[in-house]
Design a protein around this ligand. Sequence first.
Ligand code: F6R
Length: 613
Amino acid sequence: MCGIVAYIGSKPALPILMKGLKRLEYRGYDSAGIGVLNSDSASIETVKVVGEIRGLDNKIKEAGTTQNSSLGISHTRWATHGEPTETNAHPHLSVGGKIAVVHNGIIENYAAIKKILLSEGVEFVSETDTEVIAHWVSRFYKGDLGEAVLEALKSLEGAFGLAIICRDEPDTLIGARRGSPMALGLGDDEIFLTSDISAVIEHTRKIVYLEDNDVVKVNRAGFTIQSIENRRTVSREMQQIESGLEIAQKGDFPHFMLKEIFEQPEALRNCTRGRLLLGDGNAKLAGLDSSLRELRSIDRIIITACGTSYYASMVGEYLIEEWAGIPVEVEYASEFRYRNPIIGTNTLVITVSQSGETADTLAALKEAKQKGATVLSICNVVGSTIARASDGGVYLHAGAEIGVASTKAFTAQVVVLSLIALLLGRQRRLSHAQGIEIANAINSLPNLVEQTLKLNDEVLAIANCYYNSTNFLYLGRHYNYPVAMEGALKLKEISYIHAEGYPAAEIKHGPIALIDENMPVVVVAPKDALFDKIVSNARAIKARGGKLIVVTTSDCSPIDEFADHIIHIPAANPALTPVIASVPLQLLAYHIAVLRGNDVDMPRNLTKSVMVE
Ligand code: F6R
């Protein structure tokens, strides 16, 4: 979602804010802004732009913004309330410009608060919920910004990560958090406040994560944290972030997405390193070590997630049921949280989230815990809210994923789920020999993905034939049904082409009516137990003029006789084929989007972590 970077210290704030914003741009990129305190004129200077951060750089120069300020806040926005305009961009100021606020999240009762403020004569300039915060804090301001924020936030409902400064307090930066992550980075004589530590990690590795309902008062000498609920001072542990957060660079790749697609062999090696016991035919997952006994007695699993993580979870469902014999349900976190899910004493809930910050998934986790479930999480971002709120879990170790369209996180999620399925399976019905076979199959995945990436040019040639299409269908069966769903999602989010994923046999129940010579259909049909069945489904498409792009393994007769294009992926254990088969679909989506002239790293209307409902 949006990103926040704020600074108080002895150095010029602007370059630090701008560099930090650039690191966070993938989280929101429809507009951006900075606010710095000009102590000479006792004013807060703000500069805002619509569009990308580089535009902000130019505008700051044109505006002659003060360069010597050592206190500032900044924001990159993904619009929720109000269009992406300069007026709606953050920071938002209170009347007279005394207080400036940047905000991640949504204030749910902003309309009620706005009504009070309007009745008191406050004039609003933007359509945002954030502007309400600026005026509301100002209403409580009596010379102490921290006190005003504590008072004001008591009546705000919804989610917020906030950074706030005041014209009259050159040595104060206030941060707050409820449902939207915020952390402090502690330097020498300087403190950073951010929604995502990747923005400050080049300056310091000493991090203090705020918890929900914390308000932090920061000055150049240090900080204190108080609870919004009872004003008590609370202490939060400082964590030394060692590694795993190296700054992501595109290197020689034109886009982060392509780089991350090609990083998959390495990401999967990191993901499996030290976790496969090839001789025992088992998996060892440190994050689950303390729960092994408990895992032995679970009799049902609910996996909950959103988007791409949901499709990875669907593969996990097949794997766990097949290898461990435990019934699994996969549910959209946004649905789970508002149902009244039935969670028995032996039900395990697993949340899957690349960012570890997705609001719906976090809410589902809380609901599951409320009902007494043990919750494990599978996250990529170390220290993320979901990871910290879980009873245990497994990190992907896939490295930072910057491309908004998830690629390496998806394959790593499937691999982690396969490790969990193996572990649960070995506790139950998998023999030693079966365990060894599966462990070796998982171990071979990075090399197989490496081979699959050599298909890039072939996939590009296919993309050239279809980039002007207006619709696509993606079909798969069994383990590869989720691959079809994920392939369609990838295409729509970066190419803006309408695409649907279906279980291949379902199309005869309706969608086959869509097939004509203008409909490219991607069929994921490796040579497995259902190959003959999916060949029949593909024939039905061909008979109606559809263009067939088939992802299959070698020895794929007779489908090669009537397909328009064949993509030969290397053969893998059928249950693990989703990891391999999803790679050409990622490449297809990527090339089609690039050929259409889209910015694949910053697709329209999207954001990397969805921290709102
Ligand atoms: C699609 C994509 C999204 C995310 C979804 C959940 O490429 O990235 O569909 O998968 O927003 O995000 P996480 O996994 O961070 O919870």
